[in-house]
Write a protein that binds this ligand. Sequence first.
Ligand code: FMN
Length: 168
Amino acid sequence: MKKILILNGSPRKNGKTAALVKAFTEGAESSGNEVKELYLQGMKIGGCLACEACSKNGGQCVQKDDMSKVNEAVEWCDVIVFASPMYWGTITGQLKITVDRLYAEFNKLGWGGFNRETALLMTARGDFYQQALDFYGIFINMMNWKNWGTVLGSEKEDEARKIGASIN
Ligand SMILES: Cc1cc2nc3c(=O)[nH]c(=O)nc-3n(C[C@H](O)[C@H](O)[C@H](O)COP(=O)(O)O)c2cc1C
């Protein structure tokens, strides 16, 4: 049983990304995992300032905003799932800003300590996911996180459910 955090970057609560998240959650819970979703739209999360304070002070960000809720959940979980519609070839700003801000958590926990597993759930009108996959690949390779899978496309709820259920 694992603790799974879903970072949902879609601004639409009942949209296509939400449908993938729901199916993934059903699958994951059916295998005994615990799932928590953070819906990023509406959370106040400022972009990384690149001030490097967090790299010198043990991972404390100078910005006092809702990222503290994300960090708390990140420290709680074993698996981080990124969920997003595609906007201009990649993930939404809501999710990208949040991933950028994980830099402070990385500085707090360090290379060895920030071990997580991961998955990617995305929807798009078209079928060109390469830019998003490049972003995801670069990030998780740098972090050395295990990838449980990527679900790319609306109406792939069965695939999302299966990947969720496979996590153990
Ligand atoms: C600002 C914006 C940019 C988008 N860019 C793309 C894109 O580059 N490629 C694509 O296939 N779909 C694009 N779309 C369509 C969405 O990715 C697609 O409708 C998605 O499934 C919506 O997910 P949601 O229901 O969770 O909002 C874009 C939509 C918006 C609003």
